[in-house]
Design a protein around this ligand. Structure first.
Ligand code: NAP
Length: 337
Protein backbone atom coordinates (compact mmCIF):
# COMPACT_ATOMS: atom_id res chain seq x y z
CA UNK A 1 0.00 0.00 0.00
CA UNK A 2 1.13 3.53 -0.79
CA UNK A 3 -0.02 6.40 1.38
CA UNK A 4 -1.44 9.35 -0.59
CA UNK A 5 -0.27 12.40 1.29
CA UNK A 6 -1.57 15.97 1.18
CA UNK A 7 0.64 18.63 2.78
CA UNK A 8 -0.90 21.80 4.26
CA UNK A 9 1.68 24.62 4.44
CA UNK A 10 4.82 24.45 2.31
CA UNK A 11 7.20 26.77 4.15
CA UNK A 12 10.54 25.64 5.58
CA UNK A 13 9.55 22.37 7.24
CA UNK A 14 6.74 21.63 4.78
CA UNK A 15 9.24 21.65 1.92
CA UNK A 16 11.76 19.62 3.89
CA UNK A 17 9.16 16.94 4.71
CA UNK A 18 7.96 16.85 1.09
CA UNK A 19 11.57 16.30 0.01
CA UNK A 20 11.86 13.32 2.37
CA UNK A 21 8.51 11.87 1.24
CA UNK A 22 9.69 12.11 -2.37
CA UNK A 23 13.35 11.19 -2.03
CA UNK A 24 13.91 9.27 1.21
CA UNK A 25 10.85 7.49 2.60
CA UNK A 26 9.05 4.30 1.52
CA UNK A 27 5.40 3.58 0.71
CA UNK A 28 4.19 7.13 0.23
CA UNK A 29 3.60 9.77 -2.42
CA UNK A 30 2.70 13.46 -2.20
CA UNK A 31 -0.47 13.93 -4.22
CA UNK A 32 -1.58 17.37 -2.99
CA UNK A 33 -0.23 20.54 -1.40
CA UNK A 34 -1.82 23.72 -0.11
CA UNK A 35 -0.47 27.05 1.04
CA UNK A 36 -1.70 30.60 1.22
CA UNK A 37 1.17 31.39 -1.13
CA UNK A 38 0.47 29.66 -4.46
CA UNK A 39 3.89 30.83 -5.64
CA UNK A 40 5.45 28.45 -3.08
CA UNK A 41 3.36 25.54 -4.39
CA UNK A 42 4.53 25.98 -7.95
CA UNK A 43 8.12 26.30 -6.75
CA UNK A 44 7.93 23.02 -4.82
CA UNK A 45 6.28 21.10 -7.66
CA UNK A 46 8.99 22.33 -10.01
CA UNK A 47 12.01 21.83 -7.76
CA UNK A 48 11.07 18.24 -6.87
CA UNK A 49 9.71 17.32 -10.26
CA UNK A 50 6.37 16.62 -8.59
CA UNK A 51 2.93 16.82 -10.05
CA UNK A 52 0.94 17.32 -6.86
CA UNK A 53 -2.46 18.99 -7.12
CA UNK A 54 -2.33 22.46 -5.56
CA UNK A 55 -4.93 24.16 -3.38
CA UNK A 56 -5.04 27.65 -1.91
CA UNK A 57 -7.46 26.40 0.77
CA UNK A 58 -6.23 23.68 3.15
CA UNK A 59 -9.80 22.54 3.86
CA UNK A 60 -10.35 21.71 0.20
CA UNK A 61 -7.22 19.56 0.24
CA UNK A 62 -8.43 17.80 3.39
CA UNK A 63 -11.78 16.99 1.72
CA UNK A 64 -10.12 15.68 -1.46
CA UNK A 65 -10.84 11.97 -2.15
CA UNK A 66 -7.26 11.63 -3.46
CA UNK A 67 -5.76 12.34 -0.04
CA UNK A 68 -5.75 9.69 2.72
CA UNK A 69 -3.17 11.26 5.03
CA UNK A 70 -2.87 14.97 5.83
CA UNK A 71 0.48 16.43 6.91
CA UNK A 72 0.05 19.79 8.67
CA UNK A 73 3.08 22.07 8.41
CA UNK A 74 1.41 25.47 8.34
CA UNK A 75 1.96 28.07 11.07
CA UNK A 76 1.18 27.13 14.71
CA UNK A 77 -2.23 28.80 15.23
CA UNK A 78 -3.67 27.03 12.16
CA UNK A 79 -2.90 23.46 13.31
CA UNK A 80 -5.97 22.98 15.49
CA UNK A 81 -8.55 23.75 12.81
CA UNK A 82 -6.80 21.64 10.14
CA UNK A 83 -6.24 18.68 12.49
CA UNK A 84 -9.89 18.76 13.61
CA UNK A 85 -11.15 18.99 10.02
CA UNK A 86 -8.95 16.08 8.90
CA UNK A 87 -9.96 13.84 11.82
CA UNK A 88 -13.63 14.64 11.27
CA UNK A 89 -13.14 13.48 7.66
CA UNK A 90 -11.69 10.21 9.08
CA UNK A 91 -8.25 10.97 7.56
CA UNK A 92 -4.87 10.09 9.05
CA UNK A 93 -2.93 13.12 10.29
CA UNK A 94 0.68 13.99 10.94
CA UNK A 95 0.63 17.41 12.63
CA UNK A 96 3.76 19.42 13.31
CA UNK A 97 4.17 20.73 16.84
CA UNK A 98 2.34 22.30 18.58
CA UNK A 99 -0.82 20.25 17.99
CA UNK A 100 -2.69 23.35 19.19
CA UNK A 101 -1.46 26.45 20.97
CA UNK A 102 -3.60 25.71 24.07
CA UNK A 103 -4.45 22.57 26.03
CA UNK A 104 -8.12 23.30 25.34
CA UNK A 105 -7.42 23.11 21.60
CA UNK A 106 -5.55 19.79 22.01
CA UNK A 107 -8.44 18.40 24.06
CA UNK A 108 -10.89 19.10 21.22
CA UNK A 109 -8.65 17.05 18.91
CA UNK A 110 -8.47 14.21 21.45
CA UNK A 111 -12.26 14.17 21.73
CA UNK A 112 -12.62 14.11 17.92
CA UNK A 113 -10.08 11.27 17.57
CA UNK A 114 -11.71 9.19 20.32
CA UNK A 115 -15.09 9.73 18.64
CA UNK A 116 -13.65 8.16 15.46
CA UNK A 117 -12.89 5.08 17.60
CA UNK A 118 -9.25 4.61 16.49
CA UNK A 119 -5.91 6.39 16.53
CA UNK A 120 -5.49 8.58 13.47
CA UNK A 121 -2.96 11.20 14.50
CA UNK A 122 0.76 11.54 15.23
CA UNK A 123 2.39 14.76 16.41
CA UNK A 124 5.71 16.08 15.10
CA UNK A 125 7.83 15.68 18.22
CA UNK A 126 10.91 14.18 16.56
CA UNK A 127 13.40 14.13 19.43
CA UNK A 128 12.39 10.67 20.70
CA UNK A 129 13.54 9.44 17.26
CA UNK A 130 16.99 11.06 17.63
CA UNK A 131 19.76 8.49 18.29
CA UNK A 132 21.35 10.72 20.96
CA UNK A 133 18.14 11.11 22.95
CA UNK A 134 17.41 7.38 22.53
CA UNK A 135 20.84 6.49 23.95
CA UNK A 136 20.27 8.91 26.83
CA UNK A 137 16.89 7.33 27.60
CA UNK A 138 18.43 3.86 27.55
CA UNK A 139 21.09 4.88 30.09
CA UNK A 140 18.39 6.28 32.39
CA UNK A 141 15.97 3.36 31.94
CA UNK A 142 18.70 0.79 32.64
CA UNK A 143 19.45 2.58 35.91
CA UNK A 144 23.06 3.29 34.92
CA UNK A 145 23.07 6.69 36.67
CA UNK A 146 20.60 5.72 39.37
CA UNK A 147 17.52 7.76 40.13
CA UNK A 148 17.43 11.03 38.11
CA UNK A 149 17.67 13.99 40.50
CA UNK A 150 18.17 17.02 38.24
CA UNK A 151 17.87 17.61 34.49
CA UNK A 152 19.63 20.65 33.00
CA UNK A 153 18.55 21.56 29.47
CA UNK A 154 19.00 24.40 27.02
CA UNK A 155 17.16 25.19 23.79
CA UNK A 156 19.02 27.89 21.89
CA UNK A 157 18.16 29.28 18.46
CA UNK A 158 20.33 31.70 16.48
CA UNK A 159 17.49 34.22 16.09
CA UNK A 160 13.70 34.32 16.06
CA UNK A 161 11.26 36.94 14.87
CA UNK A 162 8.61 36.54 17.55
CA UNK A 163 8.28 39.34 20.07
CA UNK A 164 6.04 37.65 22.66
CA UNK A 165 7.66 35.40 25.27
CA UNK A 166 4.58 33.17 25.44
CA UNK A 167 5.45 32.01 21.89
CA UNK A 168 8.82 30.87 23.21
CA UNK A 169 6.73 28.47 25.32
CA UNK A 170 4.16 27.23 22.78
CA UNK A 171 6.55 27.11 19.80
CA UNK A 172 9.97 26.36 21.33
CA UNK A 173 9.81 25.03 24.90
CA UNK A 174 7.07 22.64 23.74
CA UNK A 175 9.78 20.29 22.35
CA UNK A 176 11.44 20.19 25.79
CA UNK A 177 8.09 19.60 27.48
CA UNK A 178 7.48 16.55 25.33
CA UNK A 179 10.97 15.08 25.34
CA UNK A 180 11.62 15.30 29.10
CA UNK A 181 8.30 13.67 29.89
CA UNK A 182 9.29 10.83 27.52
CA UNK A 183 12.91 10.68 28.70
CA UNK A 184 12.07 10.40 32.40
CA UNK A 185 8.75 8.57 31.96
CA UNK A 186 7.27 11.16 34.28
CA UNK A 187 4.81 14.06 34.38
CA UNK A 188 5.09 17.65 35.53
CA UNK A 189 3.58 18.87 38.80
CA UNK A 190 4.76 22.49 38.92
CA UNK A 191 6.45 25.22 36.87
CA UNK A 192 8.15 28.53 37.53
CA UNK A 193 9.59 31.00 35.02
CA UNK A 194 12.52 33.28 35.88
CA UNK A 195 13.73 36.08 33.62
CA UNK A 196 17.40 37.17 33.75
CA UNK A 197 18.48 40.44 32.10
CA UNK A 198 16.95 40.80 28.63
CA UNK A 199 19.43 40.27 25.81
CA UNK A 200 19.76 43.57 23.95
CA UNK A 201 19.92 41.50 20.75
CA UNK A 202 16.41 40.07 21.20
CA UNK A 203 13.76 41.82 19.07
CA UNK A 204 11.47 44.48 20.55
CA UNK A 205 10.39 43.98 24.12
CA UNK A 206 10.88 40.19 24.03
CA UNK A 207 12.21 38.98 27.38
CA UNK A 208 14.86 36.59 26.15
CA UNK A 209 16.35 34.31 27.50
CA UNK A 210 14.10 32.77 30.13
CA UNK A 211 14.66 29.96 32.60
CA UNK A 212 11.82 27.52 33.21
CA UNK A 213 11.98 25.27 36.28
CA UNK A 214 9.78 22.20 36.68
CA UNK A 215 9.19 19.63 39.35
CA UNK A 216 8.02 16.19 38.21
CA UNK A 217 5.69 13.72 39.92
CA UNK A 218 8.71 11.51 40.77
CA UNK A 219 10.53 14.50 42.29
CA UNK A 220 13.09 15.35 39.60
CA UNK A 221 13.85 19.07 39.14
CA UNK A 222 14.21 20.17 35.51
CA UNK A 223 15.61 23.53 34.49
CA UNK A 224 15.40 24.61 30.87
CA UNK A 225 17.07 27.70 29.44
CA UNK A 226 15.11 28.92 26.43
CA UNK A 227 17.23 31.38 24.48
CA UNK A 228 15.48 32.27 21.23
CA UNK A 229 18.16 34.69 19.98
CA UNK A 230 21.46 33.31 21.26
CA UNK A 231 23.24 34.44 18.04
CA UNK A 232 25.87 31.68 17.90
CA UNK A 233 24.04 28.52 16.78
CA UNK A 234 21.16 26.05 17.08
CA UNK A 235 22.22 24.33 20.25
CA UNK A 236 20.23 21.69 22.12
CA UNK A 237 21.67 20.55 25.44
CA UNK A 238 20.44 18.01 27.97
CA UNK A 239 22.25 16.63 31.00
CA UNK A 240 20.72 14.32 33.59
CA UNK A 241 22.25 14.22 37.07
CA UNK A 242 21.54 10.94 38.78
CA UNK A 243 22.42 9.42 42.16
CA UNK A 244 25.34 7.47 40.67
CA UNK A 245 26.49 9.56 37.73
CA UNK A 246 25.71 12.07 35.02
CA UNK A 247 24.50 11.34 31.49
CA UNK A 248 24.67 13.97 28.76
CA UNK A 249 23.05 14.18 25.34
CA UNK A 250 25.87 13.90 22.77
CA UNK A 251 26.54 16.92 20.57
CA UNK A 252 26.16 16.22 16.84
CA UNK A 253 29.24 14.56 15.45
CA UNK A 254 31.51 17.12 13.71
CA UNK A 255 35.07 17.23 12.45
CA UNK A 256 37.51 18.46 15.09
CA UNK A 257 39.63 21.26 13.61
CA UNK A 258 43.10 22.51 14.49
CA UNK A 259 43.72 25.64 12.46
CA UNK A 260 45.26 29.12 12.84
CA UNK A 261 46.16 28.59 16.48
CA UNK A 262 42.64 27.35 17.27
CA UNK A 263 41.17 23.98 18.26
CA UNK A 264 37.45 23.78 17.51
CA UNK A 265 34.36 22.09 16.11
CA UNK A 266 31.57 23.86 14.25
CA UNK A 267 28.16 24.32 15.86
CA UNK A 268 25.15 23.72 13.61
CA UNK A 269 22.91 26.71 12.93
CA UNK A 270 19.90 25.04 11.28
CA UNK A 271 17.38 22.78 13.07
CA UNK A 272 16.87 20.92 9.77
CA UNK A 273 20.47 19.67 9.93
CA UNK A 274 20.51 18.96 13.67
CA UNK A 275 17.56 16.55 13.50
CA UNK A 276 17.70 15.46 9.85
CA UNK A 277 17.87 11.73 10.64
CA UNK A 278 15.27 11.95 13.41
CA UNK A 279 12.74 13.57 11.03
CA UNK A 280 13.32 10.74 8.53
CA UNK A 281 12.67 8.03 11.12
CA UNK A 282 9.72 9.94 12.59
CA UNK A 283 7.91 10.35 9.25
CA UNK A 284 8.61 6.75 8.20
CA UNK A 285 7.14 5.69 11.56
CA UNK A 286 3.99 7.67 10.73
CA UNK A 287 3.66 5.94 7.35
CA UNK A 288 4.25 2.54 8.98
CA UNK A 289 1.73 3.31 11.75
CA UNK A 290 -0.95 4.08 9.16
CA UNK A 291 -0.17 1.10 6.92
CA UNK A 292 -0.09 -1.35 9.85
CA UNK A 293 -3.25 0.19 11.32
CA UNK A 294 -1.48 0.42 14.71
CA UNK A 295 -0.08 3.68 16.07
CA UNK A 296 2.72 2.13 18.12
CA UNK A 297 5.39 4.78 17.46
CA UNK A 298 5.60 8.55 17.88
CA UNK A 299 3.81 11.18 19.91
CA UNK A 300 0.05 10.90 20.29
CA UNK A 301 -2.53 13.65 20.66
CA UNK A 302 -2.43 12.83 24.38
CA UNK A 303 1.34 13.49 24.51
CA UNK A 304 0.74 16.84 22.80
CA UNK A 305 -2.07 17.60 25.26
CA UNK A 306 0.17 16.78 28.25
CA UNK A 307 2.84 19.13 26.88
CA UNK A 308 0.20 21.81 26.26
CA UNK A 309 -1.20 21.55 29.81
CA UNK A 310 2.34 22.25 31.09
CA UNK A 311 2.80 25.02 28.49
CA UNK A 312 -0.42 26.77 29.58
CA UNK A 313 0.90 26.73 33.16
CA UNK A 314 4.28 28.14 32.07
CA UNK A 315 2.51 31.09 30.44
CA UNK A 316 0.61 31.66 33.68
CA UNK A 317 3.93 31.41 35.58
CA UNK A 318 5.57 33.95 33.24
CA UNK A 319 3.00 36.48 34.43
CA UNK A 320 2.78 35.53 38.12
CA UNK A 321 6.51 34.97 38.75
CA UNK A 322 5.67 32.28 41.33
CA UNK A 323 5.61 28.47 41.30
CA UNK A 324 2.38 27.33 39.62
CA UNK A 325 0.86 23.86 40.01
CA UNK A 326 0.36 21.70 36.94
CA UNK A 327 -2.68 19.48 37.14
CA UNK A 328 -2.30 16.67 34.61
CA UNK A 329 -5.53 14.81 33.79
CA UNK A 330 -5.48 10.99 33.73
CA UNK A 331 -4.65 9.43 30.36
CA UNK A 332 -7.58 7.51 28.84
CA UNK A 333 -7.00 3.81 27.96
CA UNK A 334 -7.47 4.80 24.29
CA UNK A 335 -3.95 6.34 24.32
CA UNK A 336 -2.16 3.58 26.26
CA UNK A 337 0.41 1.90 23.99
P1 NAP B 1 7.17 28.79 7.68
O1 NAP B 1 8.42 28.65 6.92
O2 NAP B 1 6.65 30.13 8.03
O3 NAP B 1 6.04 27.97 6.91
C1 NAP B 1 4.69 28.01 7.21
C2 NAP B 1 3.97 27.94 5.87
O4 NAP B 1 2.57 27.82 6.11
C3 NAP B 1 4.21 29.19 5.03
O5 NAP B 1 4.38 28.82 3.68
C4 NAP B 1 2.91 29.96 5.25
O6 NAP B 1 2.63 30.87 4.20
C5 NAP B 1 1.93 28.82 5.30
N1 NAP B 1 0.66 29.15 5.95
C6 NAP B 1 0.40 30.09 6.89
N2 NAP B 1 -0.91 30.08 7.20
C7 NAP B 1 -1.48 29.10 6.45
C8 NAP B 1 -2.79 28.61 6.32
N3 NAP B 1 -3.80 29.15 7.02
N4 NAP B 1 -3.01 27.58 5.45
C9 NAP B 1 -2.00 27.03 4.74
N5 NAP B 1 -0.73 27.49 4.81
C10 NAP B 1 -0.48 28.50 5.65
O7 NAP B 1 7.29 27.99 9.06
P2 NAP B 1 8.02 26.61 9.32
O8 NAP B 1 9.31 26.87 9.99
O9 NAP B 1 7.97 25.75 8.13
O10 NAP B 1 7.06 26.02 10.45
C11 NAP B 1 5.80 25.46 10.11
C12 NAP B 1 5.30 24.66 11.30
O11 NAP B 1 6.19 23.61 11.60
C13 NAP B 1 5.19 25.49 12.58
O12 NAP B 1 4.02 25.13 13.25
C14 NAP B 1 6.39 25.11 13.39
O13 NAP B 1 6.16 25.18 14.78
C15 NAP B 1 6.63 23.69 12.95
N6 NAP B 1 8.06 23.34 12.97
C16 NAP B 1 8.44 22.22 13.60
C17 NAP B 1 9.79 21.89 13.68
C18 NAP B 1 10.21 20.65 14.40
O14 NAP B 1 11.37 20.58 14.78
N7 NAP B 1 9.36 19.67 14.58
C19 NAP B 1 10.74 22.69 13.06
C20 NAP B 1 10.31 23.81 12.36
C21 NAP B 1 8.97 24.14 12.32
P3 NAP B 1 3.21 32.39 4.33
O15 NAP B 1 4.70 32.26 4.43
O16 NAP B 1 2.74 33.02 3.06
O17 NAP B 1 2.60 32.95 5.57
Amino acid sequence: MKLNIGVVGVGAIGQDHIRRFVQVLQNCQVVAMSDISTENLDKVNKSLNLNAKTYSDGHELIRSKDVNAVVITSWDPTHEEYALAAINEGKYVFCEKPLAVTAEGCKKIIDAEMKQGKRLLQVGFMRPFDTGYRALKQVITEGQIGRPLILHAAHRNVTNTYTDESIAITNTLIHELDVHRWLLDDDYVSAQVVFPNKSSLAPGELKDPQLVIFKTAKGTIINVEVFANCQYGYDIQCEVVGEKGIAKLPDPSQIVMRKEAKFYIDILVDWKDRFIAAYDVELQAFIDNVISGKFTQGASAWDAYAAAVAADTCIKAQKSGVVESIVMPKMPDFYKK
